[in-house]
Design a binder for this molecule. Sequence first.
Ligand code: AMP
Ligand code: GLY
Length: 422
Amino acid sequence: MRILIVGNGGREHALLWKLRRDAPAATFFATRPNGGMVHECAAVDIAPTDVVALAGWAAARRIDLAVIGPEGPLAAGLSDRMRQSGIPVFGPSAAAARIESSKAYAKDLMAAADVPTAAYEVHTDPGAAEAYIEACGAPVVVKASGLAAGKGAVVCETVREAVRTARSMLAGTFGRAGSKVVIEEYMEGEELSVFCLAHGEDFVPLLSSQDHKRIGEGDTGPNTGGMGAYAPVGFVTDALMTEVGERIVAPVLGAMAESGCPFSGLLYAGLMITADGPRVVEFNCRFGDPETQAVLPLLDSSLLEPMMAVAESGGLGGHSPVFRDGAAVTTVLAAAGYPGAYPKGAPISLPPMPTGVEVFHAGTQLERGTPVTSGGRVLAVTATASDFATARRQSREAAGAIEFDGRQFRRDIGWREAERRG
Ligand code: AMP
Ligand code: GLY
């Protein structure tokens, strides 16, 4: 069996790690693998968004399964092109990927399916945006409608700040991603990530998780791609997961299928658990990063089998994931300066890790056999243990044992869960 992983971040390293466990005899390929993945697969030197070249390569190599990690190639139509070439692919069509690539599309879909989310309006005109912001009052959230690498949403504490943010987005701070802005009601509550393997109207949720988007401890400072995550989340009951399935996931998948744009792949529901129940912050059309690095190490059953079933368009084939008891905590190590500009090429000292700790590479590459930094988020260190407190301590200690110039990481990943558990 020949499996291609598209993407080279921490999420893709975790996908590779899990799929290799599921299929030890398979041959793995990845696009421009990072310094950790490169030991575990063959490299394909084609950019993930070069959809024509990559689909052509996959067809020539008779790839049995292509797993597309990031949203960029999905939005660019990689899975459509691969399907046209007869390659089984796990990842939605470009049309379905709009659930992430166009916040305006996602919002309209939720309104049509009566899915609970923040009240909102979409604007292209600064004057009209300002009038709506004034009508909402503060706090209020201003978002670029297009893809902005997790940095396109600004929670504004005052009307003035919101007006300034909307004007600057419309004036081009986020390029074309900000030519439309979504202005929405601020929702109060705790965030939750729910991943669902989905095909048409068939879906099954994975373990709940929570990530930490802000750079600073105590969830302060600017938003990042994600500085850490843990799974499962203690307050999530079976009843809450049922409610998320019935009120959010099923209606959205139903509306997409009905409109001739069925979703196939991983649907990520980013939720706010409010006093009125779960409401949607955003949908993503792919696995979350770094939540995947926390969720997959707890998955005892095969990921490959349901992915293959989805890719071959037969639905989920009755596969139901089985997770082990216990907890996983992932700490991200980031480069100095991230989420702003950061240096590259710092040598990384990676000591041997204790049992139960996995180091997933993200922004790394090998230079003369030594890993060096090559991105903002450099490594994701996941500890799994039978209890949350142990996993948390081991993740923090393991992250602290890894060194490179200017490294930053949060020592408080999972603080809400720790407080809940007392
Ligand atoms: P997004 O880019 O939509 O994922 O938003 C990034 C982050 O901004 C989310 O993870 C939340 O922490 C915050 N956020 C976005 N929308 C809202 C909202 N309507 N109410 C409160 N917080 C929000
Ligand atoms: N962890 C947030 C994301 O993957 O979008």
